[in-house]
Design a protein around this ligand. Structure first.
Ligand code: URA
Length: 271
């Protein structure tokens, strides 16, 4: 390789690295495309991608999931299998894995975040990247561990969206509406004593309150979940990814963690 070719290659690699850093690390098409083919042969080889009907707000299902509804699912494993089978849902097509829950299903506390990122997509589990590591340290600070055997010391973790949006773009309203009935069924099956929402999108989605997370965090509320007898207490908290970017806000997160700890000890909100 000549010096100028080497330079051009390095330039291209720098450009590619920059794109990855900016979050553009996914091919948007669900089918690989061979850019070395001549345009005419590429045209012949182009796959026909079926257009999937996105859910209308209100939770209507896409054609692939029509056969299995959330109410057909009786375990978390049923829900995971149903979600994973939605091969014509656009986000499912671009994701490597369906990311549903991680932790102890008998836990008293259910944490709900926004959407899987790159690490979660690769491993098929929520909150396993840097934000997840901080979340684990936050849990440990109040004596919780997502994998603890005793339900009182354990946690279960999920998101309001079950597939990584390409390039980590924010989820759309239609995508969140599509997942909403599955989130509700997950909560119904787990029947947690308390829910903690992490960040604005999860909080707004679950509470229906449009105010930002800085206004809602630390303020106890409760949500009604179809199929559960009693409303479930809910505590909004700052998202660990936000805390990584703005460590000064960790003191607010600490306050909220202590409120959660007190709740778990006393069985009721204390502030
Ligand atoms: N952020 C989230 O909201 N959820 C994850 O699973 C990971 C990062």
């Amino acid at each position: 390789m000549g010096a100028s070719e080497k330079q051009a290659r390095e330039e291209l690699l720098r450009w590619l690295r920059w794109q990855v850093e900016m979050g553009a690390d996914e091919a948007i098409s669900s089918h690989p495309r061979d850019h070395l083919q001549t345009p005419r042969s590429a045209e012949r080889a182009a796959p026909v991608i079926p257009t999937a009907g996105l859910a209308a707000p209100g939770g209507t299902q896409s054609p692939a999931s029509r056969s299995v509804s959330p109410q057909d699912c009786h375990t978390l494993a049923d829900i995971h299998a149903a979600l994973d089978a939605m091969r014509d849902f656009p986000l499912r097509r671009t994701a490597r894995n369906t990311v549903h829950v991680d932790g102890n299903p008998d836990a008293k506390v259910l944490f709900i975040g926004e959407a899987p990122g790159r690490d979660e997509d690769l491993r098929g589990k929520p909150f396993v990247g840097r934000a997840g590591q901080l979340l684990d340290r936050m849990l440990a600070a109040i004596g919780l561990d997502r994998h603890a055997e005793e339900p009182e010391r354990a946690a279960l973790i999920t998101n309001v969206l079950f597939w990584r949006p390409p390039g980590n773009r924010p989820p759309t309203e239609a995508e969140l509406s599509f997942c909403a009935p599955w989130v509700m069924r997950t909560i119904e099956i787990v029947n947690p004593r308390v829910i903690v929402t992490l960040g604005g999108p999860a909080t707004q989605r679950l509470t229906g309150n449009p105010h930002g997370i800085t206004r809602q965090r630390g303020k106890w509320t409760q949500i009604t979940v179809p199929g559960l007898e009693k409303p479930v207490p809910l505590l909004p908290m700052l998202h660990p990814a936000f805390l990584l970017r703005t460590p000064a806000q960790k003191r607010l997160a600490w306050r909220d963690l202590l409120a959660l700890k007190l709740f778990l000890e006393e069985g009721r909100p204390t502030a």
